[in-house]
Design a protein around this ligand. Structure first.
Ligand SMILES: Nc1nc2c(c(=O)[nH]1)N[C@H]1C(S)=C(S)[C@@H](COP(=O)(O)OP(=O)(O)OC[C@H]3O[C@@H](n4cnc5c(N)ncnc54)[C@H](O)[C@@H]3O)O[C@H]1N2
Ligand code: MOO
Ligand SMILES: [Mg+2]
Length: 399
């Protein structure tokens, strides 16, 4: 049996090479950028007026002028006008180009206009005030976004402003989610007393959808021939198979041998962890990857978030990140296994992230996912974990 760290490195040492495609900006949210993005112009691209008011030359004010004749108006979206008389002013609107010959803007609130003459009511005035200078924020040619950036609303704003109407993004892998087990029935079925509805496949599909992956969902019975035939078919069009159930030591746990008979090379079987010990991972070259998660719902859920998601992110070029939280109370667990403790996190007023144990009823207690929002990774071969100890956190429902 290998350790959690060994399993992590073995998984992350493999990679599915994803193709790239162009998508419309409106469909790019949630996708991962497969190109670098540079500022196509200065940010802002012109000296931009930031207050509705009047613009004038500060020199005139410095020379003692306090009343300015208004020559006209500069609206947003108009080409820059020029101040004709250096002792005069132009009315200007927020978002307009600063007129040629002007360098300072005073808002309407600080002036009185009578008979076409603007008089200051508030002083002093600073040279250049209320002007957002061209190139102040970003210079043309500066790299703004890197390949491997997850596109969210903030990135969409930048992509839009540089005119990236059809950004290039990584294609998403074709993923099949497969529930195995004779006891499973569909969500809309009425289970017999000895049956259960398949929740794992639905949970995995939903978690994948939040990454834009639209998986195909299957259910296969615990029957060697059916598994062999159907998995053989499912492997053909898909890049990744996420299986749940059938990987432990039971008489109907056929998956490891069936997968190997389908030429899926086993990379490891069993990890020194709780839950999720019987986790099986294999691949066919660099083309197809099989994550066979232990069937208990918490095991499947934990393994997906702890192993599969970081692997998917790595395939998409997203830089790895680790999050930590402090244990909010003493916790005892004596085992040679890494323990993924279910926790509920909260951020206190000092900005400290605390994790409160919500152990629940073990790896079959799927409703406990509602009372926790993360797993805290307790390293193996230790017994006492003290309040305040900082440990790695795997969050499935962010705060
Ligand atoms: N002798 C041993 N028995 C077991 C061991 C062991 O090491 N030695 N490991 C235990 C651990 S840990 C786990 S986890 C489970 C894993 O079992 P399998 O991967 O073989 O999964 P199944 O036997 O098919 O199912 C286990 C459990 O999960 C439920 N399940 C399965 N699929 C779904 C689904 N799609 N939705 C909801 N629930 C599902 C299934 O009904 C079972 O109750 O093995 C232990 N046994
Ligand atoms: O550890 Mo198993 O993953 O359900 O209990
Ligand atoms: Mg089993």
């Amino acid at each position: 049996m290998i350790s959690v760290n060994e399993a992590t490195s073995l998984i992350l040492s493999t990679q599915l090479r994803l193709k790239k495609e162009h998508v419309n900006l409106q469909e790019a949210s949630g996708r991962v950028l497969a190109m670098e993005i540079f500022a196509d112009r200065n940010f802002p691209p012109f000296d931009r007026v930031t207050m509705d008011g009047i613009a004038f030359a500060f020199k005139a004010y410095e020379a003692g002028l306090r009343t300015f004749a208004i020559e006209g108006t500069q609206l947003a979206g108009e080409e820059a006008k020029s101040l004709q008389n250096s002792d005069a002013a132009l009315e200007v609107m927020t978002g307009a180009v600063l007129p040629v010959g002007c360098d300072t803007v005073v808002p309407y609130e600080d002036i009185e206009i009578t008979n076409g003459q603007a008089k200051f009511t508030v002083e002093p005035i600073r040279e250049g005030q209320n002007v957002h200078k061209e190139g102040r924020d970003q210079k043309k040619g500066t790299k703004l976004l890197d390949t491997g950036t997850l596109i969210r609303a903030s990135e969409i704003a930048v992509l839009a402003t540089v005119g990236a109407a059809v950004p290039r993004v990584f294609c998403l892998p074709k993923v099949a989610v497969i529930a195995t087990g004779d006891e499973l029935v569909a969500v809309d079925d009425h289970p017999e007393p000895y049956q259960i509805r398949s929740s794992n496949s639905q949970a995995l599909a939903a978690a994948l959808q939040s990454w834009g992956v639209e998986p195909e969902i299957f259910h296969i019975k615990d029957d060697k021939e059916s598994l062999q035939e159907q998995l053989g078919n499912i492997l053909k069009p898909n890049d990744v198979l996420l299986l749940s159930g059938g990987v432990s030591k039971g008489k109907a746990d056929y998956l490891p041998e069936v997968l190997e008979s389908l030429q899926v090379q086993k990379i490891f079987h069993r990890v020194a962890q709780k839950p999720g010990k019987p986790f099986w991972f294999g691949r066919i070259g660099e083309k197809k990857f099989v994550f066979a998660f232990p069937g208990n719902p918490i095991s499947t859920f934990m393994c997906f978030h702890r192993y599969f998601l970081p692997w998917l992110k790595a395939c998409l070029g997203i830089a790895p990140t680790e999050q930590y939280a402090k244990l909010s109370e003493d916790f005892d667990f004596a085992s040679p296994l890494t323990y993924f403790l279910q926790v509920k996190t909260h951020l206190d007023k000092d900005g400290v992230l605390w994790a409160q144990p919500r152990s629940g009823g073990g790896s079959g207690d799927l409703a406990n996912l509602l009372y926790a929002n993360a797993f805290l990774e307790l390293p193996p071969n230790r017994q006492n974990f003290k309040k305040g100890e900082s440990l790695r956190l795997i969050t499935y429902n962010p705060l």
